[in-house]
Design a protein. Structure first.
Length: 467
């Protein structure tokens, strides 16, 4: 029977340290068996509601060889995805587009397209892969291989292994610093933590931890790493500037998973042996609450808003949902058999759509409308968003006649071909609507995607005189 792996939840462009753990079948064994267009007089309407649902929690069910997808807005399982043999670790890319799942019994990593919830490729890695974490830029996945005592580095563009980094004995968990410069790997049998320089993929430091270090998570500010020590029932706190241990915190029995809230104020530790979760105040490094979970709590991930922690219960085949404001259990969700790793998709990126006023020209019996473009960008960053579908409709409501559907280019620009209708426009509903009400561009995100919807309206202005 399988045991779980270290995990990381990626949010936006920083890693939200989350589940960094590995499961097990018994209290003494942690091994699993087995372009630019001018935009003038642009107007942005209020954004339409995002596609309902999400963020989504991806749970590796090692006993049923699948991944359960939980909609955290409803706490219901919305999909079940077959993966490899004995899936244990899960990490989601910063854009939320893919989930990487380690298959401990198949020596592979399944890459899931989160828009379709299908596996697009299985990447061969080392023997018995456990933990997985993705760099903040989304370019690489770091996979810990317990059976070969090394880390496989996957290029996420090609989904091929581009480097293998030797670490300590029986490595389990992995977490990456928010700046992407270092990966922290727990080595169970060695009782140490290896620090990998991700620029050179070499180990630059080895830190002594407790007995059988397991899970690891890095604070959002990147200053500390929290390491669970399964057989010493405590958590080691590492100062990442000096790579020295600054605190040791007693927790429950056999701690495995660890996740840190997005604001960095609390760390959540799953205690496999005592069936509860220790809540650590990271300012004082003291346990301020203990929350009862299910049987064999293992993985843990915190939602992007920090409001809830999701805990996998390996022996109960369910997930406990903790309200982090009150530290009480608010839901229990049945999933597959032997749930271990869990990762939550990032918070959706708010978008802004701007549209260029269309010009119309009269040509005796026709009206021709040109220059219909819309630009999609991130609301906060202003970064162009490529590859998204924009629908152009006549009129100001977004419910007029569809003129065209276009895809945004590298500059975030979608362009609608010119439209020609009869003149005078009164003889045509579409031409009349365009002439007097302009057009509307609408972006609706795909289900399960990581973007919010947005809408823009533009008017029609005369480009020349009648002739």
């Amino acid at each position: 029977m399988a045991l779980a792996a270290a995990l990381a939840v990626v949010v936006g462009l920083v890693v939200l340290p989350a589940v960094q753990a590995v499961a097990r079948t018994g209290s003494g064994d942690h091994r699993a068996e087995g372009l630019a267009h001018p935009v003038t007089a642009a107007r942005a309407l209020h954004a339409p509601a995002a596609v309902p649902g999400g963020p989504f929690a991806y749970v590796a069910d090692n006993g049923s060889n699948n991944v359960s997808v939980i909609d955290t807005s409803s706490n219901t399982v919305t999909a079940t995805i077959p993966v490899g043999f004995v899936p244990v670790g899960v990490a989601v890319t910063p854009d939320g587009a893919h989930a990487y799942v380690t298959n401990n019994g198949s020596n592979t990593v399944s890459v899931i397209d989160t828009a379709t919830n299908t596996v697009t490729v299985n990447v061969p890695v080392g023997r018995n892969p456990y933990g997985v974490a993705i760099t903040p830029d989304g370019a690489h996945a770091y996979v810990v291989n317990d059976g070969t005592n090394d880390v496989s580095v996957i290029d996420t563009a090609s989904n091929t292994v581009t480097a293998t980094v030797p670490v300590g004995t029986e490595p389990f968990g992995v977490a990456i610093t928010p700046d992407g410069a270092h990966a922290y790997v727990t080595n169970g049998t060695s009782g140490t933590v290896s620090v990998i320089d991700t620029a050179t993929n070499t180990v630059t430091a080895t830190i002594t931890a407790g007995t059988e270090p397991f899970g690891v998570a890095v604070t959002p500010d990147g200053t500390h790493a929290y390491v669970t020590n399964t057989f010493s029932n405590n958590v080691t706190v590492i100062d990442t500037a000096t790579n020295t241990v600054t605190a040791t915190i007693a927790v429950g029995g056999e701690p495995d998973g660890v996740a840190i809230a997005p604001n960095g104020a609390h760390a959540y530790v799953t205690n496999f042996g005592s069936n509860n979760v220790s809540v650590i105040d990271t300012a004082s490094n003291t346990v301020t609450a203990t929350v009862t979970a299910g049987n064999g709590p293992f993985g843990v991930a915190v939602t992007p808003d920090g409001a809830h922690a999701y805990v996998t219960n390996t022996f109960a085949n369910n997930v406990t949902v903790i309200d982090t404001a009150t530290n009480t259990v608010t839901a229990t969700i049945p999933v597959g058999t032997g749930p271990e790793g869990v990762a939550v998709t990032p918070a959706p990126t708010a978008t802004v759509l701007t549209a260029t006023d269309t010009a119309f020209a009269r040509r005796r019996a026709t009206l021709t409308f040109t220059r219909m473009t819309a630009t999609l960008t991130g609301k906060t960053t202003g970064t162009p968003i490529a590859g998204q579908t924009v629908v152009f409709t006549s009129g100001s409501t977004g419910h007029g006649t569809v003129l065209c559907t276009a895809t945004t280019d590298a500059d975030g620009v979608a362009t609608c071909p010119s439209y020609t209708g009869p003149n005078p426009p009164a003889t045509s509903g579409v031409a009349k609507d365009l002439r007097f009400n302009g057009y509307t561009a609408t972006f609706t995100p795909a289900p399960g995607g990581n973007l919010t919807g947005s809408t823009a309206h533009a008017t029609a202005t005369q480009d020349d005189h009648d002739w």
